[in-house]
Design a protein around this ligand. Sequence first.
Ligand code: 6GU
Length: 230
Amino acid sequence: MRVDVISIFPSYFDGLALSLLGKARESGILDLRVHDLRDWTSDRHRTVDDTPYGGGAGMVMKPEPWAQALDELTRESGAARPTIIFPSPAGEVFRQATARDLAEREHIIIGCGRYEGIDERVFEYAATLGEVRLVSLGDYVLNGGEVAAMAMIEAIGRLIPGVVGNPESLVEESHEDGLLEYPSYTKPSAWRERAVPDVLLSGNHAAIASWRREQQLERTRTRRPDLLSD
Ligand code: 6GU
């Protein structure tokens, strides 16, 4: 999978190379390229923003650098129509199902906006080049799309076959089956007056499986009832 990120703060993404995804990049499974939006400006000050029509607080990102960047990156990859993601608190909510869907794409472009947003015409133009998705991490506001993009890249990247060493570690996780994960324990079996639940030491695999399922349901009921109702 190829992922192109467009940002005015490309160094945000340096840390991604250090984590789990670093291995995926070295082995060629994930071709992650981070670009500076200012490289597609043509004025001396490398301007990416301007005042909003109609007035109001803050600045809006100018359309032309975005169009230049999207044109070049879609042309360059050669592949089919890319998926173009714009992280936005006004987008659809990013879920595990979203990550699974996006992990199948050949080419993803992520456009990270800053300031009060990007000129609306950029989204219309991008839709002529690929499939546009506005995606939010949740109901709170970040200063820009970079942190959200990193979360999405990590969630998507770890689902690409070969990125996570043991594929079984992907299935017994929170959200994979719509429930929260069951609790885990390791040695010692007694620690600071706290014992590991007896059933886990019993060797009875059927009993362990049903205990874990109950724990998942109970946790989901108390912490995330919304997951059970919708
Ligand atoms: Cl994707 N972007 C911004 N700026 N804020 C957010 C978000 C995204 N998701 C939650 N808050």
